[in-house]
Design a protein around this ligand. Structure first.
Ligand code: AMP
Length: 467
């Protein structure tokens, strides 16, 4: 397979025998050509075969299994027919969103996420009507099964997403006890970024004659321009400024090897005038969610993260990945940089290398079977390349799904007077009790005024700019 995920010779979704509503949804989100993982797994998935696939975030794996789930869903049957088990809440949210997007033309499809860290009470309410598709983390799913609040005996398609990560996190027993409550006639799809022996053992334990598909890491991404630069530890910050001045990425994830460095670097960058947020294990769930939301909304342009915190994160159109610290693990390097150059777009990966760490570059060269030059970053005049302003600011509203607010209501309120147009409005996310809306940077204050003065669905809501 070629090194780009979307090339001329990739097959088209229209060649698959999919229900028309699904084809319509795929074309609405502009998925025309299949990515390699989709092309290689689609026919097995659609035939109802079990599948074990080695594929990473960014490969298009979510759509690959979502198509399988949705193509055979019986909407008129109010029963949980598909279950996707994910290691983290972030991944569960992303997976549920993708399934919902592809189900947009299948009226009344209910997709529910069940993850820890969320109030049990809200989930119990949502479970009063059985959802068609459930996406969740092992611990919380098990809790619902034990309480008898979730019934998965009718599940036809079961997906284990990032199975290697779930095993790393010690979820084996939970997964097995969840699977015990499903029918043995189910179709089981197992996705994993790596393929250690534990994965083949679990596959043997839970699957029947699975089709095996493997997509090399280099097949999941578009061409990535890799640049390595020397920077001694104490000169790294200056080197980072120089690299950002030279390449001017619209947005970037910056990787540090240690979480203590993540927060420190984030604070320093914000003081220097950049718009950055940190993502590491010491943050609480709300802070993590907010960092990811602001970055995805393009209200902050830099996300400083550890590997663990950034795993599974799917951000569209990431201009660059910057390795502030080079990783000692070459496979991890490939995972990191695979976040840029998604779905055929060109990507940029910048890696700072302390002269004592040149052996790490050599390990990466060996692993990727290629050679890199390590260059020097020239000084640059900051006046020539000012820090770019983010595209948007994000506003939080004090009302959500519970108040029957939908994205359309927010757009309606914002555009009621002629002060704002639809083009000024970016991503909208409506959660249970709050909602977030991204607004063009220069229009945020106008939006704030409108939202505080206008009523949304006849309700007065509070609004504030969070970044
Ligand atoms: P995933 O590996 O499932 O996290 O998907 C990576 C990204 O690729 C997501 O942002 C998807 O929206 C996008 N994507 C998936 N399949 C396609 C496709 N066939 N064409 C274009 N984009 C896609």
């Amino acid at each position: 397979m070629s090194n780009s995920s979307l090339t001329q010779d990739q097959p088209l979704f229209s060649a698959l025998s999919l229900r028309p509503e699904l084809l319509q949804a795929l074309s609405a989100v502009h998925y025309e050509q299949m990515t390699p993982i989709q092309a290689e797994s689609a026919s097995a998935i659609l035939q109802g075969r079990d599948l074990v696939a080695q594929a990473q975030t960014g490969s298009g794996k979510t759509a690959a299994f979502a198509i399988g789930i949705l193509n055979k869903l019986e909407i008129s049957l109010f029963e949980t027919q598909a279950l996707v088990i994910c290691p983290t809440r972030e991944l569960s949210d992303q997976v549920a969103e993708e399934i919902q997007r592809l189900a947009s033309a299948l009226a009344n499809t209910r997709v529910l996420t069940l993850c820890g860290g969320k109030p049990m009470h809200d989930q119990l309410n949502s479970l009063k009507r059985e959802p068609h598709v459930v996406v969740g983390t092992p611990g919380r799913l098990k809790k619902h099964l034990e309480k008898g609040t979730l019934n998965i005996s009718g599940v036809q398609t079961l997906v284990l997403d990032e199975a290697d990560r779930m095993l790393d996190m010690g979820f084996y027993d939970d997964i097995m006890s969840i699977l015990d409550r499903t029918s043995s006639r189910r179709q089981t799809l197992l996705f994993s970024a790596t393929y250690p022996t534990e994965i083949s053992s679990i596959s043997q334990a839970i699957q029947r004659d699975p089709v095996e598909v493997k997509v090399a890491a280099s097949d999941t991404t578009g061409p990535i321009d890799q640049e390595f630069f020397f920077a001694k530890e104490e000169q790294k910050l200056e080197a980072l400024y120089r690299a950002m001045g030279k390449y001017q990425p619209d947005n970037a994830i910056i990787f540090c090897n240690r979480k203590s460095h993540v927060q420190q670097l984030c604070d320093t960058l914000n003081q220097a005038g950049y718009h950055a947020r940190a993502l590491h294990g010491d943050l609480d769930q709300r802070e993590r969610d907010e960092a990811i939301l602001l970055f995805a909304n393009k209200s902050v342009s830099l996300l400083i993260a550890t590997d663990v915190a950034a795993r599974g994160l799917d951000i569209d159109a990431l201009s660059a990945v910057i390795n502030y610290d080079i990783t000692p693990d070459p496979e991890n390097h490939v995972h990191r940089i695979g976040r840029t150059g998604r779905a055929g777009l060109n990507g940029l990966a910048i890696t700072l290398v302390d002269p004592n760490e040149v052996h790490r570059v050599q390990a990466i060269e060996q692993f990727m079977q290629t050679e890199f030059k390590i260059g020097e970053l020239q000084a640059y005049d900051r006046d020539d390349s000012p820090i770019p302003t983010p595209e948007t600011r994000t506003l939080q509203l004090s009302a959500g799904k519970k108040d029957k607010i939908r994205p359309g209501d927010i757009v309606g309120a914002l555009t009621a007077s002629a002060e704002l147009s639809k083009d000024d409005i970016g991503k909208i996310k409506v959660q249970a009790k709050v909602a977030f809306v991204a607004i063009a940077y220069s229009k945020a204050k106008i939006a704030l005024k409108i939202l505080t003065e206008e009523r949304i669905k006849k309700q007065k809501v509070k609004a504030r700019i969070i970044h």
